[in-house]
Design a binder for this molecule. Structure first.
Ligand code: VGL
Ligand code: ZN
Length: 202
């Protein structure tokens, strides 16, 4: 099978009670565990920031969820989250991680954020994931995880641009939804040719 499953950022800080807790983030874990049974190639991603990461509002004396200009463009400033090695950066304890063959960590350069699993937010620094997938003969990818409107959407849009056939599993994902970002990104994804699907039809 030439389709890979890429599970985006199912980490404690993105689940309820976490530093950047997303409503229902924990509810997708059993769905993702079942979904993994249908795939041979499984990649997990981890948001993985140094403590002084420039996407943190605390580094700018700014309010979380405000925005600032970075050299590469506008950047949302987040609460401190997914600090390397912290409990918040760990995978949700019930997420099955045994069958994944690769864990991609992103956002580890303090001056660049990275929503996408393929390119950092400067849109030119690569993570290496495209090369890995191509070398393994992968042509199609299914994406799910957190957050639908940030890391999942950015990954999906980049994957299309890289020539992969992409579907996003909507019920196995949850959104932050900042100022209408969910609707905007769903529209972007559909317009770019991303298939939006549900886990029962996969
Ligand atoms: C994410 C905001 C900041 C995500 C990561 O995983 O969607 N969102 N860092
Ligand atoms: Zn982050």
């Amino acid at each position: 099978m030439s389709e890979a499953l890429i599970v985006i950022d199912v980490q404690n800080d993105f689940c309820p009670g976490g530093a950047l807790g997303v409503e229902g983030g924990d509810q997708i874990v059993p769905i993702l565990n079942r979904l993994q049974e249908r795939f041979e190639t499984i990649v997990l991603t981890q948001d993985w920031h140094p403590a002084d990461h420039r996407s943190f509002a605390s580094q700018h004396q700014a309010e979380p969820f405000s925005t600032t200009m970075m050299p590469y463009g506008e950047q949302v400033l987040w609460p401190d989250h997914c600090v390397q090695g912290s409990e918040g950066a760990a995978f949700h304890p019930e997420l099955d991680t045994d069958r994944a063959q690769l864990v991609i960590r992103k956002g580890f350069r303090s001056s660049i954020d990275s929503y996408s699993a393929f390119f950092e937010n400067d849109r030119s620094t690569v993570t290496g994931l495209a090369g890995y997938l191509r070398e393994r003969g992968i042509e199609r990818i299914a994406l799910a995880g957190i957050a639908t409107d940030f890391c999942v959407a950015y990954s999906a849009l980049d994957a299309v641009k890289l020539g992969f056939k992409v579907r996003v599993v909507e019920d196995a994902s949850r959104a932050i939804d900042l100022d209408g970002s969910l609707a905007a990104q769903m529209k972007e994804m559909r317009g770019a040719g991303v298939t939006i699907t549900t886990s029962d039809t996969l």
